[in-house]
Design a protein around this ligand. Sequence first.
Ligand SMILES: C[S@@+](CC[C@H](N)C(=O)[O-])C[C@H]1O[C@@H](n2cnc3c(N)ncnc32)[C@H](O)[C@@H]1O
Length: 331
Amino acid sequence: MSVSERLERYRSEGLGQVKGWFEPDSAELMAVLLLHQIDLGLRGGAAEIGVHHGRSFLLLANGLAPGEGAVALDLFEQQGHNTDQSGKGDRRRFEKNLERWAPDVAVRMVASSSLEVTPDNAREVFGRPRMFSVDGGHTAEITRHDLRLAEASIAPGGIVVLDDMLNGHWLGVLTGTATYLLDAPALVPFAVSPNKLYLTDSTEAAADYTAHLRASSPDLLGKREVEFFGTTVDVYGQGAPRHQVPAPAPPTGPSGPSGPSGPTGPSGASGPSPELRRARAAARRARREAADLAQQLAALQATRSWRLLGPWRRVAGRVRRWALRELAWKH
Ligand SMILES: C[S@@+](CC[C@H](N)C(=O)[O-])C[C@H]1O[C@@H](n2cnc3c(N)ncnc32)[C@H](O)[C@@H]1O
């Protein structure tokens, strides 16, 4: 099976069966990028901080070329260090899912807090991955720290994918990202997709990935060149043509476009609709009633007893004025 076929199989069958947090649009975009990296001749494998049951890790694993491997770092059974309770790594389930969806991939599991790794020894732990997914602790401190680990270890031209930067429940990730990006970062953001921010290590690489995504996934592209920390990113998923709700179909029925009388309805090319005809008939009835009322009032005023009605005259005057207005009204 080719890498492309493996990715397709995992996206269509595996994604629905492995529990975790990974949106299909983002899986599609990451698959496109993994394949593009292979076409560019980039090698180095993949790494993820925070694997939970392996939902996103398995996409990375299926996007590797022969000879590449992947590193999975998670607290696993040391959940006492999971300060923000973001997910819960489960080694047994992760291994089961690996066996099911990526049995031939060389995976190195590291049971540790990412805070125990430093930028200086990051390459010893992660190697030089071409795609590095950051999805571990969701505090500002851990996010900034993990971005630095990714920055220190990715292969030249590699991609860092950060999870949950726009998730309102995890604003520590946004805070950590801002802190990182405002402090002379080596990584350049180039795209956003549901729950993911994509960064790479140079403006040239960012321009290449941007152009490739625009060409390969136009129906997922929601907005180009959105301002973001001194650069711009393309936004995928949100507002994309693929997700736009189609305009409601025109009404069908006797006067609708597909009605039995053809596009203009039973009364011909310029005939009014049934609703308009009903409204005009109601208006004619109202005008007739107003005319009758005006006549009755005129007859009443002509009688001697009118003078005795006193306060009722003002009311009658108002009714008469209303009736005259109704008479003057034209539909
Ligand atoms: C949101 S989940 C990961 C979701 C996963 N990537 C997926 O595709 O569903 C976060 C994971 O990070 C792990 N984690 C939390 N804090 C960590 C830390 N300081 N170092 C390493 N892993 C951590 C948790 O055990 C959990 O498995």
